[in-house]
Design a protein around this ligand. Structure first.
Ligand code: NAG
Ligand code: NAG
Ligand code: NAG
Ligand code: NAG
Length: 493
């Protein structure tokens, strides 16, 4: 079963952007001329614009009044047809909805100065890679789109996964008049609030392996010793570099441990519903009876790279082992400036111990970008002591969906916060299960049922919106009738 998430993984590995091959049929691929700076400050970069990419599928749209679902792009910069994302595809059919997928600024094709390297190298430009500017991008595009389609009476629902899910929530809180509700899929919102145990992510990776295959889990737990033993021999590191086919000579055996830790994390985060990736990985490890060959094979298999060398920079996962790399420059900037995830591992999991170290993190950000991380920036927008409080205080119509197999659920909101801020959790779900590609013949019952729960809530939001709108029109009518009656009464007397 294919999911856009797996495609993301694939494309990162092969460095292929699949986008242009997907532009076909009902899909409109548009560029929107976007202001780099929405703040209104008139500095030297204020008049700069860039082309922001959006995909529009209006093939099932019911016309003015029918809803618009907007998928906010995140750090992956991928824009697959919005219909590819399960719950969106279902919504298009169910509600005659228009589907829109907007790329995030500084990712994919939506890059100022036409090149991410140029944009990130220029501190006058990169400072505009910020969440508040991003929310404004989405606002401007939604308004422009509604105007172009004469869709002022169309309710808008915003959707995002991971970090983009947080954007969807912030957007809903900031612009309740623009969107009737938000769905945040697999968004580890509580990591921002610093109230999640640092090793939450790693402990779920570890638990997923343990639940699935305890033999495989035990082997991985012990594997660090294998690499250390080889590395301690004369020319040991060169040998390790050779058998793992690394792009650069290894500096220490930890490089391999961390590379594989990323592979394990990635596997459980983005696995299919039937855990096919996990199955394959453990198959290789178990087959070699815990010897080093098993890990080499597992790495080759996971990276789907028959040729070519391995490098931490191939992966872009949010585990503590994420390497600094060119690929992730924009993401590294966002993490350094606003989106600080204090994710670490302790020695209680199968992954190598690597606690989150704020001092080290700060140093790395200073060295790289000359800035000091500001942990509470996105939260301070809402001026509340904690996230839950601010959500309950002035939020509504929000769905948090999480898969309990997704390591990110450790920072997710897993319980209803109010009548209209609800949590939908799937025990067997991985990252963004509700957005998996639809596969009618194959999707398990729980997946269909859980998606149905979301559709039911959407239906409620949409009906409520139309109800209020009708009521409004009704009261206008009533007023006009009353007015006419008064005139008639006046003329007759
Ligand atoms: C959209 O913008 C991208 C990047 O700036 C450019 O390469 C592409 O040709 C543009 N497409 C259209 C249809 O204008
Ligand atoms: C931006 O454009 C406006 C209108 O064209 C102009 O008045 C202003 O001086 C420009 N600002 C800068 C900083 O170039
Ligand atoms: C990308 O990596 C290359 C080689 O590692 C380095 O020379 C270059 O400066 C990097 N570019 C950026 C924007 O970090
Ligand atoms: C709306 O139409 C205008 C004028 O054709 C165009 O410049 C703009 O990009 C359109 N907006 C969107 C979101 O497509």
């Amino acid at each position: 079963m294919g999911s856009p998430m797996n495609n993301v993984f694939l494309s990162l590995v092969t460095f292929t952007i699949l986008l242009d091959s997907l532009v076909q049929g009902d899909l409109k691929v548009l560029n929107f001329t976007q202001k780099l700076d929405h703040s209104g400050l008139n500095d030297e970069m204020s008049n700069l614009t860039f082309q922001q990419r959006l995909l529009v599928d209006d093939s099932q749209w019911g016309g003015a009044g029918a809803p618009i679902f907007v998928l906010f792009g995140g750090e992956n910069g991928q824009t697959f047809s919005p219909k590819e994302y399960g719950i969106l595809g279902l919504s298009a059919t169910e509600f005659k909805a228009m589907l829109v997928n907007i790329q995030h600024r500084f990712y994919g094709d939506s890059v100022p100065l036409g090149s991410i390297d140029l944009a990130m190298a220029d501190e006058r430009v990169r400072k505009f890679l910020a969440t508040d500017q991003t929310l404004e991008d989405y606002l401007v595009i939604i308004q422009s789109l509604k105007a172009n389609y004469s869709a002022n009476n169309s309710p808008v629902i915003v959707v995002g996964m991971g970090y983009a899910g947080a954007l969807a929530i912030w957007f809903r809180l900031k612009y309740p008049q623009i969107t009737i509700g938000a769905l945040a899929s697999s968004t580890p919102l509580m990591y921002y609030g610093n109230s999640t145990p640092g090793d939450g992510y790693c402990s779920i990776v570890s638990k997923d392996f343990q639940d699935y295959d305890s033999q495989c889990y035990e082997s991985i737990r012990k594997s660090k010793k294998l690499y250390d033993d080889i590395a301690s021999q004369p020319d040991g590191l060169a040998h390790l570099s050779h058998i793992f086919n690394t792009c650069r000579p290894l500096q220490s055996a930890d490089d391999i441990t961390y590379l594989l830790a990323q592979v394990y994390s990635f596997t459980v985060q983005y696995d299919d519903v039937d855990q096919k990736e996990l199955n394959t990985l453990c198959h290789f490890i178990n087959n070699e009876g815990g010897s080093i060959q098993g890990y080499v094979s597992a790495l080759y298999e996971a990276m789907e790279a028959g040729e070519g060398c391995f490098d931490g920079t191939f992966l872009e996962v949010n585990s503590p082992f994420e390497p600094p790399s060119n690929l992730t420059t924009a993401w590294a900037w966002q993490k350094c400036t606003e989106l600080i995830f204090p994710i670490g591992c302790t020695d209680t999991t199968m992954l190598p111990a690597k606690p989150f170290d704020m001092n080290q993190f700060t140093k790395s950000c200073q060295k790289r970008f000359g800035i000091v991380p500001q942990p509470y920036t996105p939260i301070s927008i809402f001026k509340a002591r904690n996230i839950e409080e601010s959500l309950i205080g002035f939020g509504g119509n929000i769905i948090f969906s999480n898969g309990l197999r997704d390591p990110y659920c450790s920072g997710g909101i897993l319980k209803d916060l109010s009548k209209t801020i609800v949590a939908i959790t799937a025990e067997k779900g991985n990252y963004a299960w509700d957005l998996y590609t639809l596969d009618y013949g194959y999707d398990p019952k729980w997946l269909k049922e859980k998606r149905e729960e979301e559709l039911k809530i959407f239906r409620h939001w949409i009906n409520h919106f139309h109800h209020i709108n009708m009521g409004h029109r009704f009261s206008c009518c009533a007023f006009i009738i009353y007015f006419l009656e008064v005139i008639i009464l006046y003329l007759c007397t």
